[in-house]
Ligand binder design. Structure first.
Ligand code: CAA
Length: 385
């Protein structure tokens, strides 16, 4: 066993750190306040090759391993989780799903520009459309339908809380093609936003990751060519579950980054701020909080890297990904609350960043499977061994 990062991993980590500090930090508070999508930052992510990090170079990606992705996600999330969620969805929910299960034609047409983050010089990203007004954790109860019309499918329904919803050019849409078969009748389609009948709903006004672009998406008699189905009819639910396992490594790394960002700010502040005649880090009440933060963050990082390692080794990483996500997201929530506490009154105002990190942390316990869903996945896995 080796706990040392390779030279390449360290270079990627440094590149992500530089990107976060130089490109994301300026304006992060204003973008959060104004709910302004970080387009410029996401375009720069494309230039860095971070939108298709794990896609093979044959399909326009950077061909890096999942550990590199974890390291980059952590660094960017320390500073701006609205940028990192965009990166995570494009990498692990959209590009991964297409590369693993798409046809050669689908990969050439959609994966190549999605991995590069550009088409004809314009930003080109994707979104993953599973959740519905009445299907969140219970993902099998899909109401969106895709009716087989012979030469095409006719798509109707509503999807909710879609990250990148307004900016994405391509949607991977989960829909019922045979309701009588329950989850075995669910399929998955590649849908272009520009097609007639696709309607982007209003932008959600959220507690955290406010600059990220979250919308509902409506489909009104959208004609989807048959060749845009991924896999066979009925493959959609398994596709969603398989893809989400990788996505959960991305969100776990995002949570890890939010926690480490809050910890680093708290460490710095506690060595500067004085109370009762000494720096507050000299008070055990603060020092012990920092010790617990550092310990939990290290444990979260190891879980993320273990899940990444298993994915790269082609092992079953579903359980590890869920463990990483539930632990890292709970670490992010706890750490950011404590970070606000350490900062006192300063923590409650925007300039010190920790209140935003606290708001951003909450979503990591909800999206890509709530903490409760992760515990379902983990308990089923350990009980079935
Ligand atoms: N890999 C492959 N197949 C899997 C699987 C996996 N990881 N997990 C389940 N399946 C299969 C099962 O084997 C089963 O197949 P068979 O019927 O053929 O045996 C089938 O899928 C149904 O599985 P379950 O019986 O376990 O289904 P369930 O109804 O009990 O639900 C669940 C399981 C884990 C709760 C699942 O519904 C789930 O993960 N829900 C959460 C959904 C979610 O994460 N949503 C996030 C939205 S996307 C998002 O947030 C993106 C964004 O924009 C940031």
């Amino acid at each position: 066993m080796d706990f040392q990062l390779t030279e390449e991993h360290q270079m990627i980590q440094q590149a992500a750190r530089d990107f976060a500090l130089n490109e994301c930090l300026p304006g992060v508070i204003e973008r959060d306040e104004k709910m302004q999508f970080p387009r410029e930052q996401v375009e720069k992510l494309a230039d860095l090759g971070f939108l298709g990090m794990m896609v093979s170079p044959e399909y326009g990606g950077a061909g890096l391993d999942t550990a590199s992705y974890v390291l980059a996600m952590e660094e960017i999330s320390k500073v701006d989780a609205s940028v990192s969620v965009c990166m995570s969805v494009n990498n692990s929910l959209v590009c991964f799903g297409l590369e693993a299960y798409g046809t050669e034609e689908q990969k050439r047409k959609y994966l190549v520009p999605l991995a590069q983050g550009r088409k004809d010089g314009t930003l080109y990203i994707g979104a993953f459309l599973l959740s519905e007004p009445e299907a969140g954790s219970d993902a099998t109860s899909q109401r969106t339908t895709a009716e087989d019309m012979g030469d095409h499918y006719l798509l109707n329904g509503t999807k909710n809380w879609i990250t990148n919803g307004g900016t994405a050019s391509v949607y991977l849409v989960i829909a019922q093609t045979d309701p009588a078969k329950g989850h075995k009748g669910i399929s998955v389609f590649i849908v272009e936003k520009s097609w007639p009948g696709v309607v982007v709903g209003g932008k959600e006004n959220k507690l955290g990751i406010r600059a990220s672009d979250t919308h509902s998406i409506l489909f009104n008699d959208v004609k989807v060519p048959k060749e845009n189905m991924i896999g066979e009819p009925g493959f959609g639910f398994r596709f969603a579950m398989k893809t989400l396992s990788g996505g959960r490594i991305g969100i776990a790394s995002q949570a890890l980054g939010i926690a480490s960002g809050a910890y680093e700010l708290s460490l710095r502040y506690s060595k500067e701020r004085k109370a009762f005649g000494t720096e507050i880090s000299n008070h055990q009440a603060i020092a012990f909080k920092l010790a617990d933060m550092a310990t939990r963050i290290e444990a979260a990082r190891l879980l993320c890297l273990k899940a990444a390692f298993e994915k790269d080794q082609d092992k079953d990483y579903t359980e590890s990904a869920s463990m990483a996500k539930v632990f890292a997201s709970e670490t992010a929530m706890w750490t950011t609350v404590e970070a606000v506490q350490i900062h006192g009154g300063y923590g409650y105002v925007k300039e010190y960043h920790v209140e935003r990190l606290m708001r951003d942390a909450k979503i990591t316990q909800i999206y890509e499977g709530t903490s409760e869903v992760q515990r379902i996945v983990i308990s089923r896995s350990i009980l079935n061994k």
